[in-house]
Ligand binder design. Sequence first.
Ligand SMILES: [Zn+2]
Length: 164
Amino acid sequence: MQKTTLNQIRSSFINASRSEAARLTPLKDFDELDWDALDVLGWRDPKMPLRGYLVVPQPGGRIVSALLRAPEGGARKNRAVLCDLCRAVDTPNDVLLWVARRAGASGRNGNTVGTLICADFQCSANVRVQPPADPINPDPALVVARRIEGLGTRAGLFLEKVRG
Ligand SMILES: [Zn+2]
């Protein structure tokens, strides 16, 4: 994705109030992010770890962001659970049910939408792990390219649901 500033991110939330966006704490190494290696940007708020942010690029270079909430009580250890965004099977990080308030009046009325996402939003790294070549997938780079595309598509669909 294209390099994005914190101000652009703060003004791109579809389901957060202005003050929630203003209180956001950036990633510790935000200035050193390798944007070329990211299809979506997600992180947990360093000061409010139950709060997460997901930034998704849109066609035309715009970004759209969602404020997410993790369940109290922490990580889900069930290895059978797949992240809905990256669907990575060979990277056993924890996956959480992240919940987003819906945008607009629906969200103010308490409506939410949840999805399983890697606990620390490792999705962009996960899809870049090259699988070993096998007879069905002789070209690992092609598999990676397909996974990258799938991650972008599914993240966009999730934000569409949040938008309602
Ligand atoms: Zn993931």
